[in-house]
Design a protein around this ligand. Structure first.
Ligand SMILES: C[S@@+](CC[C@H](N)C(=O)[O-])C[C@H]1O[C@@H](n2cnc3c(N)ncnc32)[C@H](O)[C@@H]1O
Length: 324
């Protein structure tokens, strides 16, 4: 693999800028082992990886915007040019953006343990993530997991085993994993820190197709007729194959023109809260997803626009065009 100097300098990736199934060679301006850190926090470990492995192309995913800003400044201070940061859910990045079989390694250092029983389904390291990750890891690729939480550690090992895609080994934590912000915190409390290596042995049968439908156009519809009044609105829930849409609220905008629907869409590895607008235009009404919140066109937005369209049809309006 070539390890020439990376050709791009834009460090922070934006969700709307990502193409479906990213070409890592284009993103980094070179080829090289692609390595992801999930939940990089303040970026201490990413900087370590960058300095220890100048030939690796590093991706980091982190949901906290404050952490992304801190890590970004740290990478800049250290002159790191071969790392890219994504602000958002790592599962979405892995599923929608990373091509199958391309990841060399995934690091997960001190993931949130969600110790309460009723919160356990929020844990990252569960069968669905292990299987999704196995679809994106190269053969023999690894997930390296370090944790201070004994119960989550045992749980993650069981889940990896149940996924049927990994050989599992335990080892002493690599010294650099003991220098992260959380490692320092737990070590100061004398907590035992454990480390596991999950080596991919099998590609799962499911392909884990991206959730995004298209980047070219957002779902919409065109209506004629009289806009219904809304005195009261009851929440609508609509389930489809592996997700659901909830129309939470509908109201008239302040200018009294048209309607706005507040919608929540839950799909595999992606939850979106969007606004669907019914807006007058040339004597007709356009039903569109507002750009607010950088919505992505998915099966869910198609179902949501379809649900609003049905709501309008049921109230006597005529659909003259549809893209959903
Ligand atoms: C306990 S902190 C550990 C941070 C860092 N790895 C360290 O060792 O200092 C867990 C981090 O994971 C991030 N996180 C949680 N769920 C995530 C997800 N689904 N995708 C990306 N980051 C996530 C949190 O925002 C938080 O910064």
């Amino acid at each position: 693999m070539s390890t020439s100097a990376p050709g791009t300098t834009d460090t922070v990736l934006h969700r709307a800028d990502l193409g479906v199934q990213l070409d890592p060679t284009r993103l980094f301006g070179r080829s090289g082992p692609l390595v992801l850190e999930v939940g990089f926090g303040d970026g201490t470990f990413l900087v370590h990886l960058a300095e220890a492995h100048p030939d690796w192309n590093l991706l980091g995913a982190e949901v906290s915007l404050g952490s992304v800003a801190r890590a970004f400044r740290r990478l800049r201070r250290h002159g790191v040019r071969h790392a890219r940061l994504y602000r958002g859910d790592a599962q979405f990045l892995v599923r929608d953006v990373l091509p199958p079989g391309r990841l060399h390694r995934i690091y997960v250092n001190f993931p949130d343990p969600w110790p309460k029983k009723r919160h356990r389904d929020r844990r990252l390291l569960q069968v669905p993530f292990f299987r999704l990750a196995a679809s994106r890891l190269e053969d023999g690729g690894t997930i390296l997991f370090t944790s201070d939480h004994q119960e989550y550690f045992a749980f993650a090992l069981e889940q990896a085993e149940a996924s049927g895609c990994y050989a599992i080994a335990q080892a002493a934590p690599p010294p650099a994993t003991l220098t992260t912000k959380y490692a320092r915190k737990w070590r100061a409390q004398d907590k035992q820190i454990q480390h596991a290596i999950f080596t991919k042995t099998r590609t799962p049968d499911a392909s884990f197709a991206p959730v995004i439908d298209t980047y070219d156009a957002m779902h919409h519809a065109l209506f004629q007729g009289t806009l219904p009044e809304i005195d009261t609105f009851e929440k609508h829930v609509h389930a489809f194959d592996d997700g659901h849409v909830i129309l939470l609220e509908a109201f008239r905008p302040v200018d009294g023109e048209g309607l706005l629907f507040v919608v929540r869409i839950e799909e595999p590895d992606l939850t979106q809260e969007i606004l669907i607008e019914v807006r007058p235009s040339d004597g007709q009404y356009i039903v569109t997803v507002k750009a607010w919140g950088q919505p992505l066109a998915t099966r869910g937005t198609r179902e949501a626009v379809g649900l609003v369209a049905r709501w309008l049809r049921e109230r006597g309006m005529t659909e003259v065009e549809r893209f959903y």
